[in-house]
Design a protein around this ligand. Structure first.
Ligand SMILES: NC(=O)c1ccc[n+]([C@@H]2O[C@H](COP(=O)([O-])OP(=O)(O)OC[C@H]3O[C@@H](n4cnc5c(N)ncnc54)[C@H](O)[C@@H]3O)[C@@H](O)[C@H]2O)c1
Length: 382
């Protein structure tokens, strides 16, 4: 059945792909987005393929989520049945020194949505929010010396300076074994971004429960794929490494390169999100969306080099950024049981699709070195 669906932040990477999929299924889509220049460039009509892909297919409201303009919010909510909340500042590193800006969009923006839901008439049946693996911080480990699961906090700066990058048992300071992080794991964000994502998730849970509106929080792992911004230095390592390879420059790797993430392809993320909208089994749950597999940063670099067929050196810098975690990969049992879904696209397949697409794109400056300089000046990159 066709529904009226509002996607806040719907011009972005995940939102625009979700919008196109929902349109294909016959839904009516409204997008509220401020076309943030960090994602969409200075002139989105020309500089944002993501915006161009959706602009004539949806009702588009150009608005900053942090602006509480009552008439706009009242109008935005009118006749909407589903709300998907994606609008966010998303750079983990940047969140560590642009704290007010991150809180403004991520916390105040969500507050504006929730106050509008409280104060204005609407027919909203469900709210879906994009949460993040960042809420877990270092995630779940097993400590063999005490035979129990543990959740390490921040890594010790002196250890990092000594090139000792692995997490330690928070009780014995001994070695620990990495585990898949499930949804019952401790929430222990290491960055302002991670904290913001948890605030978004919790604020939506609390308010929607009070209003008897079902909600779903999707804790996405590292999402990548065709169409992802190549110019935003905070998008992630695929864009940064791709630029270096295409410029025939060595790839500079933080720490010892053995740090790992769970990379999940955009099509799988869109499918999981779609199912969470359609399927009531997801209601009132926080669900990990990942592949359940960890891939190290060195493996990422090697896979990219192989696919670009350009030989560049991989340089292990031993440098580190505060706010970064060591490893994280998702336990996806709940994704499988509640949405009957398992990601289909392997890392090798996804990287091939991504590289084939990047090769068709012009080489753009992504200011990654500049972002490191900013972090270094504040003692956040060592
Ligand atoms: N991509 C990932 O790997 C990943 C991982 C975990 C969680 N998430 C979450 O998923 C959501 C979508 O991520 P994405 O990768 O599509 O990011 P994105 O940056 O591509 O999209 C975010 C969109 O929000 C918009 N936006 C930003 N600030 C806004 C504001 N103040 N008012 C209105 N709109 C604003 C941007 O213009 C953009 O279109 C975000 O909430 C993000 O935190 C993403």
């Amino acid at each position: 059945m066709s529904k009226q669906i509002l996607i806040i932040g719907g011009a972005g990477f995940i939102g625009s792909n979700l919008a196109l999929k929902l349109i294909e299924k016959g839904h009516q889509i409204t997008i509220l987005d401020n076309l943030h220049p960090q994602i969409h460039g200075a002139n989105p009509e020309q500089t944002s393929p993501l915006y161009q892909a959706i602009k004539n297919k949806v009702r588009f409201i150009h608005h900053d989520v942090a602006n509480d303009h009552p008439t706009i919010w009242k109008d935005v909510l009118k006749n909407q049945q589903i709300i998907v909340h994606f609008a966010a500042e998303t750079g983990t590193g940047q969140s560590m020194y642009q704290i007010k800006r991150y809180n403004q969009t991520n916390v105040m923006g969500t507050s504006n949505l929730l106050e509008a839901l409280m104060n204005f008439e609407h027919q909203v049946e469900k709210v879906v929010v994009a949460s993040s693996r960042a809420i877990y911080g270092e995630g779940k480990y097993f400590s063999p010396t005490i035979n129990q699961f543990v959740y390490p906090k921040h890594r010790n700066e002196q250890d990092l300076l000594n090139g000792d990058f692995e997490c330690k048992c928070p009780i014995t300071n001994q070695e620990v074994e990495l585990c898949a992080t499930d949804e019952m794991s401790f929430v222990q964000p290491n960055s302002i971004y991670g904290l913001n994502k948890y605030e978004q998730e919790k604020a939506i849970e609390i308010t929607c429960s009070a209003l008897n509106i079902p909600y779903v929080a999707l804790r996405y792992q590292n999402v990548y794929g065709v169409g992802q911004s190549l110019s935003n230095p905070y998008t992630g390592i695929l864009a940064v490494f791709s630029n270096r390879i295409r410029e025939k420059q060595p790839i500079l790797i933080f720490e010892d390169g053995k740090e790992s993430r769970d990379f999940v392809y955009i099509d799988d993320v869109v499918q999981a999100t779609l199912l969470s909208i359609e399927n009531n089994e997801a209601n009132n749950k926080a669900i990990n969306v990942g592949t359940g597999k960890a891939t190290s940063v060195i493996e990422v670099a090697q896979e990219l080099i192989k696919n670009y067929e350009i030989e560049v050196d991989i340089q292990i810098t031993q440098k580190f950024r505060k706010g970064d975690i060591r490893h994280n990969f998702a336990d996806i049992s709940l994704l499988k049981s509640s949405l009957n879904f398992e990601p289909k696209i392997s890392f090798q397949e996804g990287i091939k699709k991504y590289v084939d697409w990047v090769k068709t794109q012009p080489l753009v400056e992504n200011n990654f070195e500049q972002s490191l300089k900013e972090m270094q000046a504040k003692g956040l990159y060592k």
